[in-house]
Design a protein around this ligand. Structure first.
Ligand code: SF4
Length: 253
């Protein structure tokens, strides 16, 4: 199959195989409820967020009523770097450690000793390299306070790859992009949207053609897909508990 093209296979014996990604996302939403990403641990319990920093309903990633939208954007970008290759619980601990130490601002992070920064974000794993990445992000960040970054600009910053750049564009700046991360690629392959493994870029482009160009929608879609990847569609899938069994070519139940 050509990269980026969806195939619409039909599973023998199934009355219906959805080829509609929006329908599947609706089912995930019905099963898991609103996700309210991106979580902001420093605003946990305030600004309409629950005790771990998620909003109660899908909304613009940085709502206009955020206590400090500029600070929220930077926290999201820092979280996107800290969450690379690790669970969100570890990233949360690192964000709160930065917050409590008074380091969670571009000016402070850019000038801080790298070893001290690494020790502070220890909970996020690979802390030495993430400290370097955070300093690069903090150094570049002030320019984005006045003008939204382009994807190309973000990709020039050390430690920022496609997925991190797109998370920043979507959740910090409300740009409508689909996050073609490992969970999305796995789920779209298993449910038959793809007939072979796809790259991040081809997944991003192909899925975006099927979904509304709306940042709030795509922010929630990414959250639902990741929730599904963690709960059910794991490397070893838990198909019996899956809300997509009816639509899935790989259902093992
Ligand atoms: S039925 Fe199984 S393989 Fe298919 S989406 Fe659900 S968990 Fe994944």
């Amino acid at each position: 199959m050509e990269a980026g093209r969806f195939c619409h296979r039909r599973k023998k014996g199934h009355a219906y195989v959805s080829t509609d990604l929006m329908v599947m996302l609706e089912r995930l939403s019905a099963a898991y409820g609103p996700q309210g990403w991106w979580p902001l641990p420093t605003l946990a319990g305030i600004d309409g967020r629950n005790r771990v920093g998620y909003r109660a309903a899908p909304s613009m990633p940085v709502p206009s009523d955020a206590i400090n939208a500029s600070q929220a954007r930077f926290e999201i970008a820092v979280g996107a770097v800290l969450a690379q290759n690790t669970a969100w619980t570890g990233a949360t601990k690192a964000i709160l450690a930065l917050h409590h130490a008074g380091f969670l601002s571009p000016g402070v992070l850019a000038g801080i000793d790298e070893t001290l920064l690494g020790n502070t974000i220890h909970a996020a794993g690979t802390f030495k390299i993430k400290a370097r990445y955070l300093k690069a992000l903090a150094t570049a960040w002030p320019a984005f306070e006045f003008e939204q970054p382009t994807r190309t600009q973000l990709l020039t910053i050390q430690g920022i790859g496609y997925e991190t750049a797109d998370c920043i564009l979507l959740y910090c700046f409300g740009q409508p992009v689909f996050i073609g991360d490992a969970y999305a690629r796995r789920i779209l392959l298993r449910t038959g949207f793809f007939s072979s493994q796809q790259s991040y870029e081809s997944t991003r482009r192909a899925a975006a053609l099927l979904l509304p160009l709306d940042a709030t929608y795509l922010a929630e879609a990414h959250a639902l897909i990741d929730e599904h990847g963690k709960r059910c569609c794991r490397a070893k899938p838990l198909c019996k508990a899956c809300p997509l069994t009816r639509y899935c070519l790989d259902a093992r139940c």
